[in-house]
Write a protein that binds this ligand. Structure first.
Ligand code: ADP
Length: 328
């Protein structure tokens, strides 16, 4: 059976980008067709300035939202990365296979390190090595597929390179995985700045729709989205990023295609209204289930405890095998 691994960082509140680019597909498709693991990758949240209490709270909130989105813990393994030591154990071995040049070429590192320096801070070494830990997350579980948004495909390519290199040097140890980004909404953009992605760790603003935003807040944010010059509604992400982003969001909500949708609209107002309605309706059941789940924190703790136990059982043989193969 195909094995899937994917994760989400507890660095902020989950956004519509996380949902359309990743979580919704995990819940609606992936868990039914494959042996799936979905992890709250909290070690990755320590790569930038963080508040310990907030990371813990956001981890629980992200896990609750995965369940609220419909991921069934009886079907998929839902767990917190730091509860399973195998990730950190394997990450070190992979650091002995990766090179510093490879790490410095990662686009996310380049972007985030510039931001950290601009804020007057220093760059944590873990920000540079973060893709190696991500490779360990994936390789520890012999995952075949990694359903992620477009921003993560370079890291999955690196994971493949490390798996192949390790296998060539030390003998067949890892399954070589591949990224499977969605066809639509692989990169949802900020509504106020459609040239940059809607990111949960970005400063909160009117351009980011959060999964737990109230319906009227969602409507307001979408109705105020920036559009492009000219009034034509065409799908062209290069020259019309604002309107293309809205078409992409609407198409994703309706499981349709943004090019086909573009012909149906004559005004920005109508497109925005339909997009807002579609997002509100899509998120309504998730928000409702979230409300029910937060009323029972004991249930979540039990799901995460069992998830970690199951994950540990899967990762340990592979990571032990890697330790033996490398000569330890
Ligand atoms: P973020 O960048 O918001 O902090 P994570 O790195 O935790 O998100 O990623 C969780 C998942 O959500 C990944 O599969 C990532 O590719 C996807 N994702 C994040 N932002 C977007 C976006 N704006 N559009 C589509 N997918 C996204």
């Amino acid at each position: 059976m195909t094995r899937i691994f994917s994760g989400i960082k507890p660095t902020g509140h989950l956004t519509l980008g996380n949902y359309l680019g990743a979580v919704r597909r995990w819940a609606e498709v992936d868990q039914f067709r494959a042996d799936s693991l979905f992890s709250i990758v909290d070690l990755h949240a320590l790569t930038v300035d963080h508040d310990p209490g907030r990371v813990r709270r956001l981890s629980r909130q992200a896990a609750t939202l995965l369940l609220a989105s419909g991921i069934d813990p009886e079907r998929a393994t839902v767990f917190v990365q730091s509860h399973v030591d195998e990730h950190a154990r394997l990450s070190y071995l992979l650091e002995c296979v990766a090179t510093d040049g490879e790490m410095r070429r990662m686009i996310q590192y380049k972007e985030k390190s510039v931001l950290e320096r601009a804020r007057g801070g220093s760059v944590r070494l873990s920000l540079l090595t973060y893709p190696v830990l991500m490779a360990a997350d994936i390789l520890a579980y012999d995952a075949d597929e990694v359903p992620v948004g477009e921003d993560q495909t370079q890291h999955v390519e690196l994971t493949r390179d490390l798996a192949v290199r390790f296998n060539q040097r030390y003998g067949q140890t890892f399954v070589v995985p591949r990224a499977t980004p969605p066809k639509v909404a692989a990169r949802v953009m900020d509504l106020q700045d459609p040239t940059s992605k809607m990111g949960k760790s970005h400063e909160a603003g009117a351009g980011i729709v959060y999964l737990l935003d109230e319906p009227d807040v969602i409507r307001k944010k979408i109705m105020r989205a920036v559009t492009d010059s000219g009034s034509e509604i065409v799908f062209d992400p290069e020259s019309k990023p604002g309107v293309s982003n809205l078409l992409e969001i609407l198409a994703s909500c309706q499981v349709g295609n943004p090019e086909a949708l573009s012909g149906a609209y004559e005004s920005y107002g109508a497109l925005k209204k339909d997009t807002a309605d579609a997002v509100v309706e899509l998120l309504r059941p998730v928000q409702q289930r979230h409300k029910e789940l937060v009323a029972d924190p004991g249930y979540l703790e039990e799901v995460l405890r069992r998830g970690a136990e199951r994950a540990r059982g899967m990762a340990k043989p592979t990571v032990d095998g890697a330790y033996r193969a490398i000569g330890l």
